[in-house]
Design a protein around this ligand. Sequence first.
Ligand code: FES
Length: 164
Amino acid sequence: MSDGRLLTANAYQKIDKELAKYPLERRSSAVMAALAIAQNEVGWVSESVVEDIAGYLDMRPIAVWEVATFYGMYNLEKPGRSKLAICTNLPCALQGANKTVDQLKAKLGIDFNQTALDGSVTLKEAECMGACGDAPVVIINDREMRGKIGVEVVDSLLEELKAR
Ligand code: FES
């Protein structure tokens, strides 16, 4: 924590680095990066995060909410230990993403935007990640991309995630 704010000093330093890329009167241009930095630290974009970022960037909280709710990479609820997002856009769908989705939902006992009862995995639907050649593609915790996630690798993927 720093000065009664929500995030660590390290997180605000990272946000300051982003702010340095824009003119002083355009602090709001750093909002996406700031939300990502906050999410990385807190795990999700809570109301407190939105208010804190709004205050730090001199924005109205509603303007920060608009960004947070528009882009799918922000967690608006506390996720499980791992967030697994699978692309369902056409190239991935043509390579069997929907079958992988069905298998994931069945194995986890959840739908999209839900978290398995053991808290291990939150399942999300994702847009194209530009890696269509490796379809079907998933991304773990917004960082770790994996390709060729057919039904045959679902069990081992979930075992790996549950062990985290
Ligand atoms: S369509 Fe899935 S990564 Fe491009």
